[in-house]
Design a protein around this ligand. Structure first.
Ligand code: ZN
Length: 281
């Protein structure tokens, strides 16, 4: 699964000790992943790494060596090139895509949370970047992750429910998905989203897999479910322009890159779940 599986020790306990953090920064093996407003920096199909600056955030330890993330918007490197994370997902080895996603999400959160949401004072990074603390009111702010449920809905006739958002090109369809709301269980969010977007009532909702989705900080939670039947799908809340059943043969052709239907790119969990369904898993 792309954006997942970074072989990294996040050093959750050690990073709370300022003297340990200082030693990591000073370590001659320390390297930083570089990100600017134009994207993550890549060179020759690999992440471009450089010694960390004082403001770099600690991602963790990779084979014992400290790995940081650095915002280089003010001083971009002379070598390599910036890439969006979607582009990086197809250029980098899977392991480095996961690190790029982690670095991108963490840096984006720090960039957008420089001020306390409680009192408005300027906040300071703590624990190597896994927290920001407000010196005025002592509020603790933690990097947010936004849970999104995504659902593989099938029916009794071996068909798959897919929707097309209005801003997507003609023919592009994917699994139904949406943010989890306050006070909901994941299963409730699955049922609500699919009902809202298609009018379809679900049964047998079960969890399948998850994938970090760093745009900027979502966590995709993949579920399968079966339609209760009796209702023809129709766009409900205005998010989808089209929603309908596709038979297995139609989806199979799309997976081979044939026909009118276009599926999500291979690095997306939507595509992984669809491919698993096609394979009979
Ligand atoms: Zn505050």
């Amino acid at each position: 699964m792309i954006f997942a599986g970074a072989a990294l020790d996040r050093a959750p306990l050690e990073r709370k000790r300022p003297e340990w953090l200082a030693a990591q920064r000073a370590d001659t093996r320390a390297r930083a992943i570089l990100m600017s407003e134009r994207g993550i920096w890549i060179d020759g199909g690999r992440l471009l790494l450089a010694p960390p600056t004082d403001g770099a955030l600690l991602l963790g330890l990779a084979d014992g060596a400290p790995l940081f993330a650095d915002d280089v918007s003010g001083a971009e490197p002379a070598e390599g090139h910036p890439a969006g994370l979607r582009e990086a997902a197809t250029e980098l080895p899977a392991e480095e895509v996961a690190l790029a996603g982690y670095a991108g999400s963490l840096l984006a959160w720090h960039r957008r949370h420089r001020f306390c949401a409680n009192c408005g004072a300027q906040t300071e990074p703590r624990d190597g970047g896994h927290e920001r603390r407000c010196p005025a009111c002592d509020a603790h702010h933690f990097p947010r992750t936004d849970p999104v449920v995504i659902v593989l809905v099938t029916d009794g006739e071996d068909r798959l429910l897919l929707g097309r958002q209005a801003r997507w090109p003609e023919g592009r369809f994917s699994l139904l998905a949406g943010y989890v709301e306050p006070g909901e269980t994941l299963e409730e969010a699955v049922r609500r989203e699919v009902l809202e977007e298609s009018g379809v009532v679900l049964e047998d909702v079960s969890y399948l897999a998850s994938q970090p989705w760093p745009f900027p900080s979502s966590l995709m939670l993949g579920f399968s479910a079966r339609a209760a039947g009796g209702v023809a799908p129709a766009p409900g809340d205005g998010e989808l322009a089209e929603v309908r059943w596709f038979d297995r043969e139609e989806v199979e052709r799309a997976a081979r890159g044939e026909g009118e239907l276009a599926l999500a790119p291979r690095y997306a969990i939507a595509r992984r779940l669809i491919d698993a369904w096609l394979a009979g898993a």
